[in-house]
Write a protein that binds this ligand. Sequence first.
Ligand code: AMP
Ligand code: ZN
Length: 298
Amino acid sequence: MKLRLDRLVFLLLPVCPVVHAAPPPCVFCEIVAGTREHALVHRDDRVLAFLSIGPRNPGHTLVVPVRHAETFGDVPPDTLHAMTDVARAVAAAFPRAGLRCDGYQLQMNNGRAAGQTVGHAHLHVIPRFAGEAPAEPEEARRVAPAALASVAARLRAALAADPPPAPRPPLPALGEEVPLERIREICVAYGLPQLWRKIERDPPPRPFRSDGCTGWFDDWQGVSLYPAGFLHDLKYWAGYPGEDVERLVADAELMIDVARLLGSTAMAETMFRGVRIGGGEQLNAPFSWGFGRQPPRP
Ligand code: AMP
Ligand code: ZN
């Protein structure tokens, strides 16, 4: 984002200090760390799935965030999306793994009063079928993880045939020069094929570097806004001077991306207003829009 709004931030937003408490140790963190035995179903950067040791039915899987979060409301939105992607892929894999499954249940207990017994958020994915016996109490269903190994292996094999969508590749760091090939991969991963065609047809003369959410917050209340700032920068870099509609689209997409990252709208709308306000004259703040290609630095 080619703008310098350091001072504007203080005009538009109250600044709230964010305190990060150290995550408490917990059973599922031990599973994530590999220090507790478990029957693994899936692992990626953000999500782990393993079989419950108190299965309601064979294949009963728990999908958890890698980074400790206590309940649904504590899991960052992009991780929640990754969890539901994994849950969907696991549910689709049940029949291919030879598990009885006329239907399946997604369940998330949040808070002790709602039946949550492990304080690390987890989404149950449970195969269900007609004519099941009534559920016994959870303690009576307990089995050792080793007894679940063959079901987990079948599920892993079934998932390999139709895996959950790959997590997006990490973005280049702030200020790092990004080669065109990397920009192509990012455009593919973020669903921006038209932007890539525009860049490929006529690569801008100056190499691309993102300065993230300059003058704003790259991290807002524990959530990184960098991906939104990065893509906004990329669109500005590839734009042609005078492409007012394209710039509006880029700004609106910034607002949408920020809202999706945060799962709320207020900060997103503030940032949108900020990037639309106009030039430095109106704000008495030192920044430049920079929408449009610029020649290489001499
Ligand atoms: P909830 O009542 O929603 O908190 O569910 C907790 C789930 O975690 C139950 O299905 C338990 O059987 C399961 N569980 C507890 N400890 C472990 C463990 N060490 N490995 C796998 N599953 C576990
Ligand atoms: Zn944990």
